[in-house]
Design a protein around this ligand. Structure first.
Ligand SMILES: NC(=O)c1ccc[n+]([C@@H]2O[C@H](COP(=O)([O-])OP(=O)(O)OC[C@H]3O[C@@H](n4cnc5c(N)ncnc54)[C@H](O)[C@@H]3O)[C@@H](O)[C@H]2O)c1
Length: 377
């Protein structure tokens, strides 16, 4: 069987779906697997073509890659790319299936069997395939480095002959995978870190990384179904927003990562709260692409208000292409392990709960209920 890896086409995308180590590992597990890579696909992630050929892959023309039994990408396919796919093939990448109805429909029309990395269930067995988590870790790390760079501050205390510079004060809102990685990164750089989440289980995790949990205990625990946060009531939200506005005045840097699955990002910092911060402070809003945790955020831009920078980066994992590609490729390798048979053929067994959950289209239909609901909307 053949696995095809095209070069990513979205502007600013520097990741690649498979890295040479994973090619080596796939071939070691099953010598009947051939991997075809588009020339230059891994370049921005630190892997020239020669690394892939050394690992046993073949550099192949684009047409052959899109004809492979299984095609793997990072970003969602363009309409033109979907046009290259057919019913005998399996396609896997991020698909944005809960939002992008056009892509769902086009994939169904092509007949391809498609899987969305966003739809991998958050179960213990699926953890090794969970690209949302692996890429969120890269995002949290990247966001904190952007904040450090843009702030122009030392994060750790610096004692010199000319005097002592105090450590930076950092607040991280949201303590899921990205938020906890942001906490850990700021801590490693030496900052005084405060973390906040509306799920109380996260307070202990913030503390375990050396951060101080901001314990707003007048809000009842907001842990909902499956360990995810439930949306706050309007009254609870108003209390949180007020408390965070007060706390923000004390901080030099804020990184926001709060999200509720399938909803617009909760609004946590008002324009007034931003104006009340010290000039020179920096906010990085990881939720920029889903509406922003900060009222002033504009996705893809930096807004300066009263000397406070509000940065709304897009596609943060792409700023860390080396580890983000390495982890994503490992996620894919583990997922492929559920589909590749010993004989070197593809078997999509929908009795497997992970494959069943991640399947978006097959045989001309949108099979995933939530994605289909999106289409009906
Ligand atoms: N495979 C697994 O078992 C698995 C994998 C990843 C995450 N998880 C769990 O899923 C949960 C969410 O993790 P995630 O990284 O996907 O999070 P996420 O990206 O969905 O959300 C980020 C964080 O924002 C928080 N949040 C939501 N509204 C908020 C508000 N108003 N104020 C402050 N914080 C707010 C959430 O509680 C969450 O911690 C965690 O319990 C995590 O341990 C499980």
């Amino acid at each position: 069987m053949k696995i095809g890896v095209p070069k990513e086409t979205a502007a600013g995308e520097s990741r690649v779906a498979l890295v040479p180590d994973v090619v080596r590992s796939l071939k070691k597990k099953n010598e009947k697997v051939d991997v075809l890579i588009e020339s230059g696909a891994g370049e921005a992630a630190g892997h020239p073509d020669s690394h892939y050929t050394d690992a046993g892959a073949e550099i192949a023309p684009v047409d052959q890659i899109w004809n492979a039994d299984v095609v793997l990408k990072v970003g969602a396919p363009s309409a033109e790319e979907i046009g290259r796919l057919g019913s005998s093939q399996v396609y896997v990448s991020h698909l944005n299936p809960w939002v992008d109805a056009d892509t769902n429909k086009a994939l169904a029309a092509s007949g391809v069997t498609s899987f969305a990395m966003e739809a991998i269930p958050r179960t213990t067995r699926a953890q090794a395939m969970d690209a949302l988590s692996s890429q969120a870790a890269a995002s949290g790390y990247a966001a904190m480095l952007i904040a450090a760079r843009e702030s122009g501050r030392f994060f750790g205390m610096m004692t010199t002959a000319a005097g002592t510079v105090p450590p930076a004060k950092v607040l991280v809102l949201g303590a899921g995978v990205a938020g906890l990685q942001a906490d850990a990164t700021a801590k490693r750089l030496g900052a005084i870190v405060t973390g906040f989440d509306i799920r109380r289980a996260a307070w202990e995790q913030i503390a375990s990384l050396g951060g101080r949990p901001l314990e707003l205990d007048f809000i009842p625990d907001a842990e909902g179904e499956g360990g995810y946060a439930r949306p706050l009531t309007d009254e609870e939200n108003a209390q949180v927003v007020e408390a965070l506005g007060e706390n923000a005045k004390k901080q030099d840097i804020i990184v926001t990562t709060a999200a509720i699955p399938g909803r617009a990002a909760p609004r946590l910092l008002t324009a007034e709260a931003v104006r009340n911060m010290q000039p020179g402070s920096v906010i990085v809003d990881l939720a920029a692409e889903t509406g922003g945790n900060v009222e002033l955020t504009v996705a893809g831009e930096t807004v300066v208000e009263n000397g406070v920078k509000v940065i709304g980066p897009r596609n943060l994992p792409s700023l860390m292409p080396v580890p983000a590609s390495q982890l994503y490729a490992k996620n894919l390798e583990n997922l492929l392990g559920l589909m590749i048979t010993e004989e070197g053929t593809v078997n999509v067994n929908l009795e497997d709960d992970i494959l069943a959950a991640a399947l978006i289209t097959q045989s001309g239909e949108i099979k995933n209920e939530r994605a289909a609901g999106r289409d009906a909307a």
